[in-house]
Design a protein. Structure first.
Lengths: 269, 269, 269
C-alpha cells in the first residue's frame, strides 16, 4: 500500500497501536504515532497486555530498555497479536551490544510470528549473523542493504535497515531503497524508535509487505526533509517540534506526498 | 478559589505535588506542574512513597501505565495523603479499555478518599457505569456533561470530564462548564494527564471544590489558546513549547486572566 | 581538561555514557548527551548492566526515581565500572527528602568508588551532613560553596553543587566557581540531571578532576546563555529546544567557547 492510501486509511480508522517500548523515547514514539493519525497506547503489565493487544490493530515491540518482566509481557502480547492476526513490528534496539538484547530479539523472533523487523544497520546485521559494529544503541558502520537482505532471508520476515538510505527487503525477490530523510533526524534521540512505530501505523492498515513498510519510511523521511527546511530550525532541538508538525501536516494532506516519495526497487535479490 | 487567587497562592507557597504517574507523559506532566509554579516530584517505590507523600500538598494518581507494584504504592501513598488531609486527584487513564484499569480505578476509589477524578468523557462515563467508547486511552465519543454529573453522584467526589468543553460536577447542585482550550491540545500526547496535574496544583492550595477545579482547567485551557495563537505554531509539535511558555506567563502574571476565564454555571443538577 | 579539549575528544571518540537514571527526565538527559557528542545508553536490568558498563566510558547514576531493583543494578554496574577504571558520576536527586534516597546515596558512595558527585545545594549539603532545605527534588536554600567543599572533604571525591553559580571542589586545595548559566534553565525539569550527564561526557574523556568538571558545567551553562538569547525564546518551553541546539552548536564549534568560559579559582580550601 502506498503512503497516500495508508495515511487515508489511518485517518479513517484511527487504528490503536499497542506498544511495549523503552522509557527513554516513549514520549516521542507516542507523539509520532498520534501525529501520523493513529492512536498510541502503552501498556506493559502482564495483567493487561493481552486485553490491550486484543483492542489493537498492530503491536510494536521495542527492546530499548529491557527487563525480564517486560520480556514476558512482550511474549503474552505477541501471542495474542498472532492469534488475532495483527502485525507485530520488532525494533531490536541494541542488538549486538549485550547478550540479553541478542537473546531476547532471537527469542521473540522464535516464539512469535513477527511481521516486520526494523532497526539500524548494526542491529539488523547482528540478527542476520553478520559482523556489526554497535556501540550501545548506535550503529557505527555496516552495509544496511546487505544486512536487510540477509536478515530478511534468514528470518523470513520483512526487514527494514534504517540509515541515510533505508533498505526494506522481503528476503526473496524484492528490496526497496528509501532515500527520503535528513541528517538532522540523527541529532534527536529516538527517531529510529519512532520510525518503527510509523511502520506500526502503516502495517495496522496496510499489512507488512515491503511496499507498505518502505512507504512508511518514505513518509517519515519526507517529514524530516520538510522539518529540516523550516524557518528557525538550527539543530536537533528545534528540529523535533517541526518534525512532529510536518508528520501531522502530511498525514492531514497526504496528496502533497505525490512526487516526493523516493522509493526505488533494486534489481537485486 | 478562582484561578488568579490559586496561582498567587501557588506562587507564594510552591506546593510539592507528588505524582505516581505513567512513564509516557511524565516529563510533560512535570513541566506543566513546574510551569504552574508548583514543585513536581515523582516517587513510586513502596519504600519511600509514604515519606514523600508526607512532604506533599497534593497527590496525583495516574493509572496510564499500571503495574501491580505501582498499585500497591498508590495505596500506600494515598493512605498517607488521607491521613494528612491533602487532596488526592485521580486520573483513570484508559478506564474502559482493560479490566485491570477498571478494577484499579474502582479499588483506588473504594480504599482511598479521593478528592477529584479527572478524565476524558469515556473514562469518566466508565466509572459512572455508563456506556462509553474508549480506544486505548482515547475517548471516541460520549456525553461529557452527563458523564461528569453521573460519576460525581455515584462516586461522591468532584469529577471533571475533559473535552472540547470540560464539565466539572459535584454530583449535587453544581456543574460548571469550562470552554477555554484549543483543538491543538489534542495533537499532543499527555495534555489530558497534565490537566489533571494542574488540578493537583490548584487543589494543593485551594481544595477540591468545583470552582477551584474548573478554574484550574480554565487557566490550563487559556494557556492553550494563547499558545495556539503564537507566531510560528503550525501543529502539535510547535504548540507544546509555546504551551509551557504560556502556562509560565499566566502563572507569573495571573491578573491577565481577568476577563479570559470562561467558566459557566449550568442550571442542571 | 578544558572544555574545548574535552569537546574535541568527545567528538573524536564518541564515548558511550551508560546511565541508570530516572524516567522523568531520561529523554532530556539522553538528548543532552547526544548533543554534546557522546552516545547515551540506558540499560537497567541486572541481566545486562555489567555487560553494558563494560562497553561504556563513563557511568552516570541518578537516583531520581529509585526502586530496589534499580539500586541493585546500580551496584552491579558500578562495580564493573570500578573494575574497568571508568568514572562514576552520581546525582543524588532528592537526597534530603526521603530516607531511601539518603540511604541509597550513602550506600552507593560507600560501596562504589564514585568519581564525581553532582547535585543541587540542598542535596550536596545533605551528603555533607549539613542542614539543608529540600522540597521533593528542589533545593530551596543553602550555601552551595560550603556544601561543595564540605561534601568533597567528607566524601573524598570531586563534588559539584549547582545553582546560579556552580561550585566544584576537590575537598583539598581547589574550589572552582562557574558562573555560566541562565535563569531559564530552572524553568525546565531535568536541567540539573542533564548537567550531571554532561559531566559524564567530559569525565569519559577527561577524567574527574575539578577543572574538567567545572568546564563541563561552563560549557553547559554557556549553551544556556546562548539559548536564552535566541529569537523567540519566551519561557522554559521555547528555551529547551534552543538549548539542545546550542549544545550541539558549541560541541561542533568548540573554539567559539574561547573567552566565554567563566570558571574562577577561589582562594579558599
Amino acid at each position: 500500500m502506498n503512503a497516500r492510501e495508508a495515511l487515508r486509511k489511518i485517518s479513517d480508522e484511527k487504528p490503536l497501536v499497542h506498544h511495549l517500548t523503552n522509557y527513554v523515547t516513549v514520549n516521542l514514539v507516542a507523539n509520532v504515532t498520534l501525529s501520523t493519525g493513529a492512536l498510541p497506547v502503552m501498556a506493559h503489565a502482564a495483567e493487561e497486555v493481552e486485553e490491550m493487544a486484543s483492542l489493537a490493530s498492530a503491536l510494536v515491540l521495542n527492546i530499548g530498555t529491557l527487563d525480564p518482566g517486560q520480556i514476558e509481557s512482550m511474549l503474552l502480547a505477541g501471542r495474542k497479536a498472532n492469534e488475532r492476526g495483527i502485525p507485530i513490528i520488532l525494533d531490536p534496539v541494541g542488538a549486538g551490544a549485550t547478550s540479553l538484547r541478542n537473546r531476547t530479539a532471537e527469542r521473540l523472533l522464535a516464539e512469535l510470528d513477527v511481521a516486520v523487523v526494523c532497526g539500524n544497520a548494526g542491529e539488523v546485521a547482528t540478527l542476520a549473523g553478520l559482523d556489526a559494529e554497535v556501540r550501545g544503541v548506535e550503529s557505527l558502520a555496516g552495509d544496511a542493504q546487505t544486512a536487510a537482505l540477509q536478515a530478511a532471508r534468514s528470518l523470513g520476515v520483512t526487514v527494514a535497515a534504517t540509515g541515510p538510505v533505508d533498505y526494506v527487503s522481503d528476503g526473496g525477490g524484492r528490496t526497496l531503497a528509501v532515500s527520503n530523510g535528513h541528517a538532522l533526524m540523527g541529532r534527536v534521540v529516538g527517531t529510529g524508535d519512532a520510525s518503527t512505530s510509523t511502520i506500526g501505523c502503516f502495517a495496522a492498515v496496510g499489512g507488512a509487505d515491503v511496499e507498505t513498510v518502505a512507504h512508511a519510511l518514505a513518509y517519515y523521511g519526507r517529514a524530516g526533509e520538510i522539518a529540516a527546511g523550516s524557518a528557525g530550525v538550527e539543530g536537533g532541538g528545534t528540529f523535533e517540534p517541526r518534525f512532529l508538525d510536518a508528520l501531522q501536516a502530511l498525514a492531514g494532506d497526504h496528496e502533497s506526498l505525490e512526487g516526493n516519495v523516493r522509493v526505488e526497487e533494486l534489481s537485486v535479490g
